[in-house]
Design a protein around this ligand. Structure first.
Ligand code: PLP
Length: 441
């Protein structure tokens, strides 16, 4: 198949999509160049409409920890349908109880949970819950963090240096919106600080009535930015001293770091946590959970203090079955051992290749989540990324890999994901292709 024919088939689909879908693609963060049209995905592989195969490290923005269309998860979903499980829309049921029990058993900070369909819903619930619990309205978040699409959290993930200005510490950054239509009042209630900077959290807390700090324990929407030793513990302590709710957004770090989330890695108990993505291996499900006294606000006896949680499709049996099956699979230590082995094979290989090439890059990983930063040092915050990363080379690298059949989303500094379905052969092939790519760029 010539590249001309390939291009024309993609063009045909993309033109038709543009005719009927606003912006030409559903969820506009998927609008990238090259605009490949995919047909199916299985395990570690993506297949486009021309039958070209890619080894996938995008994992659809990370949920596929076990791999695409993982048989045991799909079987559980099919079984739930065969068993005539339905969304009864009335009362509780055995499946949602099983899921809740599993979550509370696996994650020590969860006394109680609630279920939503997405991570964005979960972060929205967490913010409102914190406001109701504290009687305050302000929220602290990180620049360079992503916590979903609703008003409070929609600030630019990767603003330009010109937009955020010089490094500020202690202090806060302007709210650069990721969306039009966010009320000014909402923006005023959100305070943005740099990751790994406790002084700025303290600075904002002293000046504003802060209901919650909402943050990813490792920032995985600008690659992988790890917390410094003591940062997360210090953050929880600061929140406790200030009567502020500390919310870990573990939508990405959740089950990718380890079974108990990033919090388990550091032995911490945030007041609230939210999970999504890998919890149901690609089926839509969000979890919000945490301290009993905060979560009980959802069912407060005084109507004025009761926080609304509703959603026709919350804990839909298809997604609930997928989550239960995923968590049961992840309980087997051999699963994480395999993911870790293939991830390390990839990281060791990449480091060697870049060294051989004499290119100064920094490979950072949190278990199976990784990023090759085209910068000498691992970033500690967004400012480090904006000041030091060579975005143009990153993009060139990604596009060259895609061209040769290794898929990373063609956006600089986006996290890569290894899955349980990646084999040592997949990694060896990836490294072979990367070697070729490094000769080209
Ligand atoms: C850390 C984090 N929080 C929340 C969300 C929102 O989740 P969803 O896309 O399921 O609404 C995302 C999505 O990328 C995320 O990465």
């Amino acid at each position: 198949m010539s590249s001309k024919q390939l291009l024309s088939k993609f063009d045909k689909y993309n033109a038709e999509a543009a005719r009927y879908i606003a912006g030409g693609v559903v969820s506009l963060n998927r609008k990238v160049n090259p605009a490949i049209v995919f047909e199916r995905a299985k395990g570690s592989k993506l297949y486009d409409v021309e039958g070209k195969t890619y080894i996938d490290y995008h994992a659809s923005f990370a949920p596929y920890l076990l791999g695409h269309n993982f048989d045991a998860v799909n079987e559980a979903v099919i079984q739930a349908i065969r068993d005539e499980r339905s969304l009864y829309g009335s009362g509780t049921n055995a499946m949602e109880i099983e899921l809740a029990k599993l979550m509370c058993e696996l994650i020590p900070s969860l006394d109680l949970i609630q279920v939503s369909n997405t991570g964005s819903e979960a972060t929205a619930h967490a913010i409102r819950l914190s406001r109701a619990y504290t009687g305050r309205e302000d929220v602290i978040m990180m620049i360079g963090g992503y916590n979903g699409w609703h008003n409070e959290v929609s600030r630019a993930v990767m603003p330009s240096l010109a937009q955020v200005g010089k490094r500020v510490s202690p202090g806060e950054y302007p709210f650069v919106p990721l969306s039009a239509g966010i009320p000014d009042g909402t923006k005023r209630r959100v305070h943005l600080v740099n990751f790994n900077d406790l002084e700025s959290i303290e600075y904002v807390m002293k000046r504003n009535p802060v209901a919650c700090v909402l943050m990813e324990p490792a920032m995985q929407n600008v690659g992988v930015v790890l917390p410094k030793a003591g940062y997360l513990k210090g953050l929880i302590e600061l929140c406790e001293a200030n009567g502020t709710v500390c919310i870990f957004d573990e939508v990405k770090t959740g089950f990718r770091t380890q079974l108990g989330g990033y919090q388990a890695k550091e032995g911490l108990k945030p007041h609230l946590s939210v999970f999504g993505k890998a919890v149901a291996n690609g089926y839509p499900l969000g979890i919000i959970g945490g301290k009993r006294e905060i979560m009980e606000q959802f069912d407060h006896p005084e109507p004025a203090k009761k926080v609304l949680i509703a959603g026709t499709y919350n804990a839909h049996p298809v997604n609930t079955a997928a989550a239960i099956a995923t968590l049961e699979i992840l309980k087997n230590p051999a699963v994480y051992a395999h993911i870790s082995a293939v991830s390390n094979q990839l990281y060791d290989g990449l480091k060697t290749l870049f060294q051989e090439k004499g290119m100064a890059v920094s490979l950072v990983n949190n278990a199976s989540a990784f990023c090759v930063y085209f910068a000498e040092n691992a970033p500690a915050d967004l400012h480090d990324i904006l000041e030091n990363v060579d975005f143009a080379t990153d993009l060139k690298y990604r596009k060259a890999l895609i061209n040769k059949g290794v898929y990373h989303i063609p956006i600089p500094c986006k996290q890569g994901s290894v899955s349980y379905s990646h084999s040592p052969e997949d990694i060896a092939k990836t490294l072979e292709i990367t070697r070729e790519v490094l000769h080209e760029i």
